[in-house]
Design a protein around this ligand. Structure first.
Ligand code: HXC
Ligand code: NAP
Length: 293
């Protein structure tokens, strides 16, 4: 099966302007590329302007689409307002906000400084809040409708996870914000949805979550019932659908794309997968022999 096939028709996002936070690398870059292929103008934003400008050049050359880089640390509201205004100056309007920027690292929680915990909350939760408020207030003030916010969370936003507690705490907040505003701001014509990806290899995530030889010790694909990691285009296909008009009736939803990973961890008897066929014959015989006892 080819997991890298592109899903939507060519002009599916024609005329749309999209802001992608953290769009210079990893999954943000993959989604930006597909949005451009589908005809959208995309503004990418993060702290590292050189990285963003390289991405703009690479993606414009590859797709023939339009991309614009703006430096912005999403932790600071004044920088977010400035970024929004720069994008408005460049493209005239913004239709879609994709809150994708994130920070994360693995650590026992008791080893974290107060500042380390804050840093992750500030990037993930406060950053998503800052962008949502800056764009949301603008759309509401200007009485602009048919707008969409898509937030990238994780499956541990609802299960929680040891060793990434600041990230889990922040992503849970982003999920709560997604569902809350989906209801509250529907009257302004703004939709909110989220994607919870499972493991999709990127340099940013792998360097921080599987540093050194952890990559070899923990094969994340083994935790996935489908026995493989995600491909960037699969996520881009889902994101493009959720920001497009084709999903206009989907609001307040979180869609998991993880090959069944989190459910495998959750189901009480899922570890019985380790039992071979011959042992099932023996177990069945043992259980049946107890009938009536
Ligand atoms: C403990 C750490 C630490 C570590 C940093 N700190 N790294 N503490 N263990 N590994 C502490 C620092 O000592 C400091 O606290 C505080 O955190 C802030 O660190 P800075 O380096 O000053 O912060 P900054 O330069 O703002 O960088 C932010 C960052 C960095 C989050 C620490 O990693 C970053 O820029 N990340 C962006 C990209 C990223 O993380 N991508 C992965 C997303 S993956 P003190 O007290 O010393 O001042 C993801 C996937 C989820 O979310 C699910 C996957 C399956
Ligand atoms: P990534 O490449 O490290 O992406 C994170 C991006 O956020 C970077 O481009 C980074 O750019 C930007 N960023 C970090 N701090 C910022 C700040 N303060 N202001 C503005 N931008 C900032 O990692 P990724 O794997 O693609 O992650 C993308 C999203 O997917 C994240 O929301 C992550 O939680 C989510 N996710 C990923 C996985 C996975 O398996 N990869 C799984 C679940 C969820 P700068 O450094 O230039 O600022």
């Amino acid at each position: 099966m080819d997991f890298t096939k592109k899903m939507l028709r060519d002009d599916a996002l024609k005329g749309k302007t999209i802001i992608v936070t953290g769009g210079g690398s990893g999954l943000g870059k993959a989604m930006t590329k597909y949005f451009m292929e589908l005809g959208a103008n995309v503004a990418i934003t993060s702290r590292n302007i050189e990285k963003l400008q390289n991405t703009v050049k690479e993606l414009e050359d590859e797709t023939g689409g339009k991309c614009f880089a703006v430096q912005c640390d999403v932790r600071h509201y004044d920088q977010v307002e400035h970024m929004r205004d720069e994008v408005l100056k460049k493209f005239g309007t913004v239709d879609i906000l994709l809150n994708n920027a994130a920070g994360n690292f693995i650590s026992p929680t008791e080893r974290l400084s107060a500042n380390a915990f804050d840093t992750i909350i500030d990037i993930v939760l406060k950053g998503s809040k800052n962008c949502t408020m800056a764009l949301g207030k603008h759309w509401i003030d200007e009485k602009q409708k048919d707008k969409t916010v898509l937030n990238i969370v994780t499956t541990y936003a609802w299960t929680g996870s040891a060793y990434v507690v600041p990230s889990a705490t922040a992503k849970a907040g982003v999920l709560a914000m997604t569902r809350s505003l989906a209801v509250e701001w529907a009257k302004y014509g703004i939709r909110f949805n989220a994607i919870a990806p499972g493991p999709f290899p990127t340099k940013g995530a792998w360097d921080r979550l599987l540093p050194g030889d952890l990559k070899d010790k923990f094969d994340l694909a083994k935790k996935v019932p489908l026995k493989r990691l995600g491909q960037h285009q699969e996520l881009a296909n889902l994101a493009a659908y959720l920001v497009s008009d084709f999903s206009a009736y989907i609001n307040g939803e979180v869609i998991t794309i993880d090959g069944g990973e989190w459910l495998k961890g959750a189901g009480q008897f899922n570890l019985l997968e380790a039992i071979p066929e011959e042992m099932w014959d023996q177990l069945e015989a043992m259980i049946k022999s107890k009938k009536g006892s």
